[in-house]
Design a protein around this ligand. Structure first.
Ligand code: AP5
Ligand code: MG
Length: 217
C-alpha cells in the first residue's frame, strides 16, 4: 500500500502517521524528518535546507525530488509506505508519478487532514517533539505524562525552530500558494479523500483507518 498524507503545517500529519503506520504496517517517510536529520548532522544538504526551513519556505523541488527518488528505491519500501509532507508542489507530484512508474508502484490513496488556519497556529506554537524518538506532543492538547519527558522513550522534548509565530504564518502562506493546488490535482485522479482534522486525535485516526480499510477491501 502507498498512502500520501497531506495537510497544512500542524494539521496532524506526523501524529496520525505514527498511528497509521503501526496499524497498517507501513514505513513512515517524512521529508521534514529527513531534512531535520540532515540539519542536525550538518551535512551539505542540511546546511542548504536549514536556510529555507528557518524562514518557512519550501526546499527547492529538485533537491527534494532527488532525495525521494533515492529513498523510494530502497528495498524497505516494498512492504508499503506512508508519505508525510511529500509531494508538496505539483512539480513534486508529477516527479513522484514518474518515480513510481519506474518502480511499478501506484498511489492507493491521498488523505488530506483538513484544519482551519486559526487552530493551526495554536497547534504549532504548543507542539513539543522528542529529541530521541521523534514522538509528537502538544502542551495542551496532547501532553506527555511527565512534563518535557517523552512517554515512549523518556527522551527530552524540544520545540522545533520553525514553530515560532512568524515562521508559522509564513509556512501557512506558502502552503496556500504552493501545496493547495495539489488537492485539485489528486481530485482529478480520483485518489483524494479529505478528513476533518479538527477533532480529537483518535477520531481523526478512525476516519483515516476506515477509509484505508475500505480502499483495500
Ligand atoms: P514538515 O516537517 O513536513 O512540516 P509541516 O508540513 O509544516 O507540518 P508539521 O510537521 O509542522 O505538522 P504536522 O501536520 O506533522 O502536525 P503534527 O502531527 O506535528 O516540514 C518542515 C519544513 O521542511 C517545511 O517548511 C519545508 O521547509 C521543508 N520541507 C518538508 N517537506 C518538503 C517538501 N516535500 N518540499 C519542500 N520542502 C519541504 O501536529 C502538530 C501539533 O498539533 C502537535 O503538537 C500535535 O500534538 C497537535 N495535534 C495533532 N493532532 C491534533 C488534534 N487532532 N487535536 C489537537 N491537537 C493535535
Ligand atoms: Mg510533521
Amino acid at each position: 500500500m502507498l498512502v500520501v498524507l497531506m495537510g497544512p503545517p500542524g494539521a496532524g500529519k506526523g501524529t496520525q502517521a505514527e498511528r497509521v503506520t503501526k496499524e497498517f504496517n507501513l514505513l513512515h517517510i517524512s521529508t521534514g524528518d529527513i531534512l531535520r536529520g540532515a540539519v542536525k548532522e550538518e551535512t551539505p544538504l542540511g546546511k542548504e535546507a536549514k536556510e529555507y526551513m528557518d524562514r518557512g519556505a519550501l526546499v527547492p523541488d529538485e533537491v527534494i525530488i532527488n532525495i525521494m527518488k533515492e529513498r523510494l528505491a530502497k528495498p524497505d519500501c516494498v512492504a508499503g509506505v506512508l508519505l508525510d509532507g511529500f509531494p508538496r508542489t505539483v512539480e513534486q507530484a508529477e516527479a513522484l508519478e514518474n518515480v513510481l512508474k519506474d518502480l511499478h508502484l501506484n498511489i492507493d490513496a491521498v488523505i488530506n487532514v483538513d484544519v482551519s488556519p486559526d487552530e493551526l497556529l495554536d497547534r504549532l506554537t504548543g507542539r513539543r517533539v522528542c529529541r530521541s524518538c521523534g514522538s509528537t506532543y502538544h502542551m495542551k492538547f496532547n501532553p506527555p505524562r511527565v512534563r518535557n519527558i517523552c512517554d515512549h522513550c523518556s527522551g527530552e522534548l524540544y520545540q522545533r525552530s520553525d514553530d515560532t509565530v512568524d515562521t508559522v504564518k509564513e509556512r501557512l502562506e506558502v502552503y496556500g500558494k504552493q501545496t493547495l493546488p495539489l488537492i485539485e490535482y489528486y481530485q482529478r485522479k480520483n485518489l483524494y479523500h479529505a478528513v476533518d482534522g479538527a477533532r480529537p486525535i483518535d477520531e481523526v485516526f478512525e476516519d483515516i483507518a476506515t477509509h484505508l480499510k475500505e480502499g483495500k477491501g
